[in-house]
Ligand binder design. Structure first.
Ligand code: UGA
Length: 433
């Protein structure tokens, strides 16, 4: 199959590379010429395990190419994936400007009958709009069909997820189009669920909203655990043994971040509002998430009193481990508040330092290692559960004058921490003093 993928963010690039890996001829299109040049050499613009290797392998095999030229790319394409961004508008709704622009480009340049597949997360009904935009702007006498094929991959394990996902959802207006997209995906060996377009669009939002709900739920349980002397980790294990609940996504912490959950939860509240439905539960989920980040700072303030003039080490800056993505990372607000309260902040992340320098307030200093950040600090805050951080020797904390560790990700075993001369506060678990 000749496939074009428009947009080379996480979703587009991983989709293109994975489709090439299973034998399709894929051309990826992006408007950013510098990025295209880099990708053509097999250099991924994002940090994602295994992505560079697969890019190089498929470029060499001539199954994968990159271009800025829509006209050229659409010439042979039988299937065109839309994977451009849908950033958040000020009112929380999804901005569809990029998606509509692509629809017009497709209408102008497509030369053969084609199937247009939307991978981007778009509000229910958007694929109907895409169809209309393409059909009213079509220049040639060709047939274009629309398919919604939402993406469920996670950053940091995107390649793994492409080959081992739980399901592929295909929402199509005709059986023929659904069958073609199923066939394209057959080599992945992942179960396919076929439905109508609007239901497929909704599955994506409902899935992300449900996962975000699980996180806010366990975070609230963790806050209660702290007050009643229970341990949220044991509670989550006990809950998860019930298959109806499941044992995943029950890690209490400082809340969810990243480019998806914050944006998609707000967009679904907006989608519901547009049809006069007040999605109360989801509003609660979003609110709980906002408070959860603040709790960590409250714990710090409770322990040290004023943080003015204190040196605070912040370990882990990316919104989660195995990515350099800083979008909606808790570290942004946490470090800003520390700085605003007069603290001297020394930050460290194994991978995301370069991106962090661009988004954190300029007063934040960066250390070359976790131990450098910890040394001489008055307190350590842990925001991301990187393996490198989880594997730190707790002896390192003993280099502080008064070792105070406030862990927003439950990185350390309580029994282990009890063996050291330190004070350790985590989420939903008893404090170690
Ligand atoms: C999420 C979904 O998991 C993917 O299925 C979906 O495709 C993607 O959004 C998307 O819509 O594109 P991602 O944002 O990469 O993927 O990251 P997750 O691993 O889901 O983590 C999201 C946030 O939740 C992180 O900040 C993480 O630290 C937090 N989290 C996750 C918790 O606080 N507790 C948990 O138990 C799990």
């Amino acid at each position: 199959m000749y496939i074009a993928v428009v947009g080379t963010g996480y979703v587009g690039l991983v989709t293109g590379v994975s489709l090439a890996e299973v034998g399709h001829r894929v051309v990826c299109i992006d408007i950013d010429a510098a990025k295209v040049k880099k990708m053509s050499k097999g250099i991924s613009p994002i940090y994602e395990p295994s992505l560079d290797e697969l890019m190089k392998k498929n470029l060499t095999a001539n199954r994968l190419s990159f271009t800025t030229d829509h006209q050229e790319a659409f010439k042979e394409s039988e299937v065109i994936y839309i994977a451009v961004g849908t950033p958040e508008n000020e009112d929380g709704s999804a901005n569809l400007g990029f998606v509509e622009r692509v629809a017009i480009d497709i209408a102008k340049h497509v030369r053969k009958d084609a199937i247009v597949v939307t991978k981007s997360t778009v509000p229910v009904g958007t694929n109907d709009t895409i169809k209309q935009v393409i059909r009213t702007n079509l220049v040639r006498d060709v047939k274009v069909e629309i398919v919604s094929n939402p993406e469920f991959l996670r950053e940091g394990s995107a390649i793994h997820d492409s080959f081992h996902g739980d399901r592929i959802v295909i929402g199509a207006e005709s059986e023929r189009a659904a069958d073609i997209i199923e066939e394209i995906n057959r080599p992945f060996g992942i179960p396919v669920y076929k439905t109508d377009i609007r239901s497929a669009e909704m599955i994506k939002y409902a899935s992300n909203a449900f996962l975000a709900t699980k996180i806010s739920f366990i975070n609230e349980i963790s806050n209660i655990c702290e007050r009643v002397g229970a341990n949220v980790e044991d509670v989550a294990i006990g809950m998860g043994l019930d298959h109806r609940i499941g044992n995943q996504f029950l890690n209490a912490g400082i809340g969810y971040g990243g480019s998806c959950f914050p944006k998609d939860t707000k967009a679904l509240i907006q989608i519901a509002g547009n049809v006069d439905y007040d999605f109360e539960l989801l509003k609660g989920v979003v609110n709980v998430n906002k408070h959860q980040q603040q709790l960590l700072l409250n714990k710090l303030k409770e322990r040290v009193g004023s943080i003015e003039g204190k040196r605070i080490a912040v370990l882990g800056l990316a919104f989660k481990p195995n990515t350099d993505d800083m979008r909606e990372a808790a570290s942004i607000r946490v470090t800003e508040e520390l700085v605003n309260n007069g603290a001297f902040v020394v930050a460290y992340d194994p991978v995301a330092m370069e991106k962090a320098r661009q988004v954190l307030v300029p007063q934040v200093a960066f250390a070359n290692s976790a131990s450098e950040a910890i040394k001489n600090s008055d307190a350590v805050l842990i925001l991301t559960e990187w393996d490198e951080i989880k594997e730190l020797d707790p002896e390192l904390f003993e280099t502080m004058a008064y070792p105070l560790v406030i862990d927003g990700r439950n990185c350390f075993d309580l029994e282990l921490m009890r063996k050291y001369r330190l004070e350790y506060h985590s989420v939903g678990r008893p404090a170690v003093r």
